[in-house]
Design a protein around this ligand. Structure first.
Ligand code: GLA
Length: 717
């Protein structure tokens, strides 16, 4: 074999002469091989081993006809023959045959690219369908990125009924726990753990694109795994439409996870010469606990997923008046809010919903993307000029995929929404979903956005999406293609965003969906940040940030400080609210004209403080030191890449009986170095890195909703 021993991807032959591939990353290895029936068997995914021959032998697996039902170790199981566990592909052919039978053809290894890749080619034994399995290795992050390309090489259409991106297989061991991120509106990113029992657990979205309840992310760990140690496998699907992650444990204890585009109501007609590419499914393995898993994803996202224009930059501090003015925006109240925001050091002023059409409430106007003449008689120009004269840039809210029935757009084009004849068009938030599967509708959306960005000096777009799909019909669809809407809509959003970014490269985009209902690696490659949640209560923000950062980089997490109480009767002090919002990208949404002089001064100081350390927060390494789920005191730490600077946030929800006293062990510092610990105005203290990590930092803190932002700086040698 031609690959060198130290190549990231190598092929070796077993004693039976069967090819196997070793995908080696910094600490882990992923291994697969062809068996004598031409099936690709998964051999290994775990810590790197010394010898290639230690990774196993594909000949050890029983052929399909010899094995009991429910057993498979195939990398890409197709439906057909004696296969009953979750499969990746189900296709039907023109003559009515619904089974697929793939034969291994060849493999190509590319070790020369930045990210080495392996592509395995299969052909159907009879029909003109070829399949490529692609594996890309991101060595420094210990990640394998898998996806599949299906190509119709013949002259007849092939109907795809299921096209999953990958099945991940896990070692035969006992005691797995599945970790997922679930939630609801205003309570996104809740961490849930469940034992893996015989049967299936499905994490799924059927709403089209919006999903507070299910995140396309998973963690699967062995007993004893914690934040900082223990073995786990994890993955994230880069997709914003309907998806499924199906965890399956068979009666004989095989555990696998199959994921990709959901096959619920799905259909795709693969025409002659056409190809279909599934979304990427990123998978990782570590023996160092959830913190390391998150770090792998954070680093991967910043280096390879987030649009490169802003990926290495810091996110601006923004202000948005939504919670104050709602739909009642006008040139006067927005200018006043901008004056106050400017005094605080805000860098980006964003106007939310209500500026267009007859949008005085959520019952009308969506779809009519002209500036409302009563609210802005001279257009947006004077407001934008005012904002810019205050030294801020200007941003705007849009919800391009939607329409209110009470709009000029809908009156002119009632057929532009998803609908079924003879069925009610169900409204949610008084709106319907535009059919982006249609070319003319996609063009309409691109054109108005392109015009908006071309005619105004806009630096930021908050792209919202506020309802799930219903009656997902496309009556004028080309024959056999009406069920493609689930995928075509998502592709439509992706392609419009891609085109807009090309035409307006200086615009920063935020993905919003009634809070954080569209957060995933798919939309992340077209937008720069996410609105985490409509819930701005700082205590709830701590819990959501913990969940969010399991999968996504803090850089991409936008949260605001608003007026309190937001939820319940809690009114935590301003400082606590600021600190909670600072755990990532930061914004403000309070009624600033009602803030006292003292509050304004404190806010300005806190924003200054944030700006001084935000590069470390947004681009440093992130440590969840003490979980808010575990006790009254939670702690989050950021360390910059060269370990020179660290920022520690402490949040005490409430102290009982006495002052809360606790050693908090820091992480990620240099053992040998000395650090200066600065806790607000208290005299700074010099402590060794090792002491801060091994013994910890002694914390004495008292009261309800008390927080600290502590800076830790390396003392120059
Ligand atoms: C959604 C968003 C909010 C706000 C409103 C405007 O609910 O999550 O932040 O933009 O829409 O209608």
């Amino acid at each position: 074999m031609s690959e060198r021993k130290d190549s990231a991807i190598r092929c070796f032959e077993t004693a039976h002469g069967l090819p196997c591939w070793v995908l080696e990353m910094r600490d882990s290895a992923y291994v697969l091989g062809v068996d004598e029936n031409g099936l690709i068997q998964h051999l290994y995914w775990g810590a790197k081993l010394g010898l290639d021959s230690d990774y196993g032998n594909p000949a050890a697996f029983p052929g399909r006809s010899d094995r009991p039902e429910g057993i498979s170790n195939e990398e890409f199981l197709v439906w057909g023959g004696l296969s009953y566990t979750e499969h990746c592909l189900k296709a039907s052919f023109k003559d009515g045959v619904r089974a697929t039978s793939l034969l291994y053809d060849r493999a190509e290894i590319d070790n020369a690219s930045v990210h080495p890749s392996l592509t395995i080619f299969f052909n159907d034994a009879h029909y003109e369908l070829s399949v490529r399995l692609r594996y890309v290795v991101v060595s420094e992050c210990n990640l394998v990125v898998r996806n599949t390309v299906l190509v119709n090489t013949g002259n007849n259409p092939i109907d795809l009924e299921r096209t999953m991106s990958a099945t991940w297989r896990f070692p035969l061991r006992d005691g797995y726990t599945l970790r997922t991120l679930n939630g609801e509106w205003s309570a996104e990113f809740q961490i849930q753990e469940s034992p893996v029992v015989v049967g299936k657990q499905v994490i799924e979205r059927r709403t089209g694109s919006r999903g507070h309840d299910a995140q396309p992310w998973f963690g699967l760990h062995l007993p004893g795994t914690s934040e900082t140690s223990g073995e786990l496998w994890f993955g994230a699907l880069a997709y914003s439409g309907n998806f499924q992650l199906i965890l399956e444990r068979t009666a004989n204890n095989q555990v696998s996870l199959t994921g990709g585009i959901s096959d619920f109501d799905f259909g795709w007609r693969l025409g002659p010469g056409e190809s279909f590419e599934t979304p990427a499914f990123v998978g990782g393995h570590t023996t160092k606990g959830y913190e390391e898993a998150s770090r792998s994803l954070h680093e991967y996202e910043i280096a390879h997923v987030l649009p490169s224009r802003f990926a290495r930059e810091v996110r601006p501090v923004l202000y948005n008046s939504w919670y104050v003015t709602e739909f009642d925006v006008n040139v006067a109240n927005q200018s006043d809010a901008a004056d106050r925001a400017g005094q605080l050091g805000v860098e980006l002023f964003v106007m939310d919903d209500g500026w267009f059409g007859r949008r005085n409430h959520d019952r009308a106007g969506l779809g009519d993307w002209y500036v409302n003449p009563e609210k802005f008689p001279e257009g947006l120009g004077p407001l934008i000029d005012h904002v810019k004269s205050l030294g801020m840039s200007f941003g705007l809210w849009v919800e391009p995929e939607m329409v209110n029935p009470d709009s000029d757009l809908y009156r002119a084009h009632p057929d532009w929404v998803y609908h079924f004849p003879n069925r009610t068009r169900s409204e949610s938030r008084n709106q319907l979903v535009l059919n982006l599967s249609r070319r003319d509708v996609r063009d309409f959306v691109f054109d108005f956005m392109h015009r908006l960005l071309g005619e105004h000096d806009i630096s930021f777009i908050k792209w919202d999406m506020n309802r799930p799909f219903s009656e997902p019909g496309w009556p004028d669809a080309p024959e056999g293609r009406d069920r493609e809407i689930w995928v075509r809509h998502t592709e439509g959003v992706y392609s419009i965003l891609t085109q807009l970014r090309e035409a307006h490269p200086e615009v920063l985009f935020e993905s919003c969906s009634g809070g954080g209902a569209r957060v995933d690696l798919g939309i992340m490659s077209r937008t720069d940040q996410f609105w985490m949640s409509d819930n701005t209560d700082p205590v709830d923000q701590l819990f959501m940030t913990e969940g969010f950062t399991l999968a996504y980089a803090p850089l991409a997490r936008m949260a605001w400080v608003t007026d309190a109480p937001y939820a319940g009767n809690r009114v935590p002090p301003l400082e606590f609210r600021f600190h909670a919002a600072m755990l990532g990208a930061f914004g403000l949404g309070g009624n600033l004209p009602s803030w006292s002089q003292e509050e304004m001064e404190q806010a300005a100081q806190l924003i200054d403080r944030y700006k001084a350390v935000r590069r470390t927060i947004q681009h440093g390494r992130f440590y969840r030191l003490l979980s808010p789920r575990a006790g009254q005191l939670s702690a989050f730490q950021f360390v910059n890449q060269d370990r020179r600077e660290s920022v520690l946030f402490l949040f005490l929800l409430g102290s009982r009986y006495h002052t809360h006293r606790q050693w908090v062990n820091l992480r990620g510092l240099e053992s040998e170095a000395r650090y200066l610990v600065r806790d607000g105005d208290a005299p700074s203290e010099e402590v060794g890195g090792q002491a801060l990590m091994v013994r910890g930092l002694f914390v004495e803190i008292e009261g309800d909703y008390v927080s600290r932002l502590i800076c830790i700086e390396r003392v120059p040698q």
